[in-house]
Design a binder for this molecule. Structure first.
Ligand code: ZN
Length: 416
């Protein structure tokens, strides 16, 4: 490496003002409700945001490539032609009532790292890359995490070709028309990937910490629960002679919540949807169904937790005189991030004097897909009240700068 004589790389830091002003400039595209953003994937707004990012990247001397899912890779060469790029980034697309930071901060932090190295005249052995993954949010096109799923081989070319909007516009057609589709054979290999993201939860803020080192993304299970009792008259059927599917479901919900709490603070057990076949105030419900959403960062614990949830639905239903059938709808195993990347981030946070903790991500992120094909980890910065997917989403300039400084020094470690 080639440092200016009086600068040690361990003392450099990013330009917090430039980072913040880029956030504000990006937020002008698709601005809604004062502080919100609406840039759905491959709309005119998304295309404009991509063009702005590409122009900043070119000004920073980077070569901008686009792959067969519209993912953007802006590359700064390294001194060792044998090395694969150390990449960082996230997504520029937003929810319909999204904020200015979810995804955007990760992309802009990656660019800020490279601009800082440019300013300091620091060359790395491995090339560096800024990545913008396509359609993380999955609003116009399902599934979400589309670009990174294709990149990691979790979605093949045929499946990508079938992705359409609700009104039938194919994803590939729209990406091509917007000028953001590359050659599908062209998958851009990465040596490592580190994604900065706002936490989207309250933990860092509550604990007064500046940085979260994300060691895993929690796994998820969905259980479909069908509860069968007997429709009956509310006035004539004595309480001890009912097979009340709604009452049985209510008891199951309480029992499920209790199981979740027993598994400690990392466990999540939720029911967000409950349907009844009858809907009259004077009818005892004969058929109800609901979905249990179960999450945990540890695969074995997730399995155990799931089995307890299945069992309690059976016993509680039976005790209420109803028949219960439980089936599994979705399983997404937890993703463990790579030790090398985790350690690089943690050391950087400690060396720069930022308070931090290791944590699991409650939300899914592109990094969980990329982890299938390259060493990967994530860094979280706090966001106010844990609010995200909301126009009020806010991360402070100081916290963004702290996270980006950690990213800078982690990238230097990984790319040296
Ligand atoms: Zn995001």
């Amino acid at each position: 490496m080639n440092y200016p004589a009086n600068r040690s790389p361990s003392t450099i830091s990013i330009d917090a003002e430039r980072l913040w002003s880029r956030h504000m400039e990006m937020a002008r595209i698709g601005a809604i409700d004062g502080t919100g953003s609406c840039r759905l994937a491959m709309t005119a707004e998304d295309a404009e945001a991509r063009e702005l990012l590409a122009s900043w990247c070119r000004q920073a001397g980077l070569d901008v490539h686009v792959d067969g899912a519209g993912n953007m890779f802006a590359v700064r060469p390294g001194s060792d032609p044998q090395r694969l790029p150390v990449a960082s980034g996230s997504h520029l697309d937003t929810q319909p009532h999204g904020g200015r930071f979810d995804g955007i901060s990760g992309v802009l932090a990656a660019l800020e790292v490279i601009e800082t190295l440019n300013d300091e005249g620091i060359e790395t052995a491995a090339p560096l890359a800024v990545v913008n993954w396509t359609n993380e949010e999955g609003v116009r096109y399902a599934p979400g995490l589309l670009g990174s799923a294709w990149y990691a081989g979790l979605l093949d070319d045929e499946a990508l070709a079938r992705v359409k909007t609700a009104d039938g516009t194919p994803f590939l057609q729209e990406a091509r028309e917007r000028g953001w589709l590359g050659d599908s054979a062209d998958k851009f290999p990465l040596g490592a990937f580190v994604e900065l993201h706002i936490e989207q939860g309250p933990t860092l803020e509550r604990e007064g910490l500046q940085v979260g080192i994300v060691t895993s993304v929690q796994g998820l299970r969905w259980l479909d629960v069908e509860v069968r009792g007997t429709d009956a008259h509310a006035g004539t059927t004595p309480l001890d002679q009912r097979q009340d599917a709604l009452f049985a479901s209510a008891r199951m919900l309480v029992a499920l919540n209790e199981i979740g709490r027993r598994y400690g603070s990392a466990a999540r057990v939720s029911v967000g949807q409950l349907r009844t076949a009858t809907d009259g105030p004077s009818t005892i419900v004969g058929h109800a169904s609901f979905v249990v959403d179960i999450r945990h960062p540890d695969a074995d614990t997730l399995e155990q937790l799931t089995q307890e949830c299945v069992a309690v639905c059976g016993t509680t239903g039976k005790a209420s005189g109803c028949e219960v059938a439980v089936s599994e709808r979705i399983t997404i195993p937890p993703t463990a991030f790579h030790d090398t990347c985790i350690t690089a981030l943690e050391r950087s946070a400690e060396e720069q004097g930022y308070s931090c903790r290791r944590m699991a991500s409650g939300a899914l992120h592109d990094a969980a897909n990329v982890a299938k094909v390259a060493p990967t980890a994530m860094i979280f910065v706090p966001c106010r009240d844990g609010v995200s997917h909301n126009v009020k989403e806010y991360a402070s300039p100081e916290d963004l700068a702290a996270g980006t400084n950690v990213l800078l020094h982690a990238v230097l470690k990984l790319a040296r």
